[in-house]
Design a protein around this ligand. Structure first.
Ligand code: IPE
Ligand code: IPE
Ligand code: MG
Length: 235
């Protein structure tokens, strides 16, 4: 007997971008500190990564810390970095077992040394035929990404550049353009997230805070995506 696959499992995005927003408001609503909001946000990341593998999504990008987020208090910034460091340490084994390949987009040179060490520990794992390529955007800005790509091309001696040259020199080189971008929290803006790669992405703004995101919410998002009609300027 042939199994009829549901539409949302056939027409799936290859690359989903997540703008993880609303940790602070989620916490405030519950009378908790912003730090606890970020802690809950990390749990949502774990659940989402498992669900992405279950639904066979090959590429995902997650916006974890922007070049503008340094405007926040030192305490909050350090809390976010500590949480990411712990997540990478705790999940190192799952990156191997689940065949997840980590990519980091952003300037990590100004991040705390212990965080850079845990990042490198995971980046150094050699994953063959990854099930999921997980691109974490950390100290990342879309404009800075483009400027860096152009500077790399100048350093190569290029005098004229085309669109592919830029694509191939972004942090996300080798990863296809975004098909679908999900921003939680109700805000309907891009906030400097992968602005070059987003050109023809479908956008979705569920009215939930990031810590509420899970497999069920991803399934709902995939159903929304399956109903979208992408035309790329044609008919
Ligand atoms: C998490 O949500 C995203 C990060 C910048 C780490 P926020 O911390 O922006 O939460 P809100 O927007 O204040 O609710
Ligand atoms: C975007 O969220 C950046 C990340 C999710 C890391 P922000 O909360 O920083 O964005 P704005 O300030 O609402 O635009
Ligand atoms: Mg926010």
């Amino acid at each position: 007997m042939t199994k009829i696959l549901k539409n949302y499992l056939i027409k799936t995005p290859k690359h989903i971008g997540f703008i993880l927003d609303g940790n602070g408001r989620w916490a405030k609503k519950r009378g908790l500190s912003r730090s606890l909001g970020h802690k809950a946000g990390v749990e949502a990341v774990r659940k989402t990564v498992k669900a992405l593998i279950k639904y066979k999504i090959p590429y995902a990008s997650m916006f974890a810390f922007s070049t503008e987020n340094w405007k926040r208090s030192k305490e909050e910034v350090n809390c976010i970095f500590d949480l990411i460091r712990n997540l990478l340490k705790e999940e190192r084994g799952s990156f191997i077992n689940q065949k997840i390949k980590l990519v980091i987009s952003g300037d990590i040179s100004s991040l705390p040394k212990d965080l850079v060490e845990s990042i490198n520990e995971v980046l150094n794992i050699d994953i063959k035929d990854p099930k999921l390529t997980l691109n974490i955007c950390l100290n990342y800005g879309g404009r800075a990404d483009i400027a860096r790509a152009v500077n790399k091309l100048i350093a190569q001696g290029k005098r004229s550049i085309n669109e592919d040259d830029i694509t191939n020199n972004l942090y996300s080189a080798g990863i296809p353009d975004l098909d679908f971008v999900i921003r939680t929290s109700g805000e309907q803006r891009i906030s400097n997230f992968m602005i070059y790669q987003i050109a023809y992405a479908e956008l979705y703004f569920p009215k939930i805070y990031w810590p509420e995101f899970n497999e069920k919410k991803l399934k709902k998002a995939l159903k929304v995506f399956a109903k979208r009609n992408r035309r790329y300027g044609g008919y």
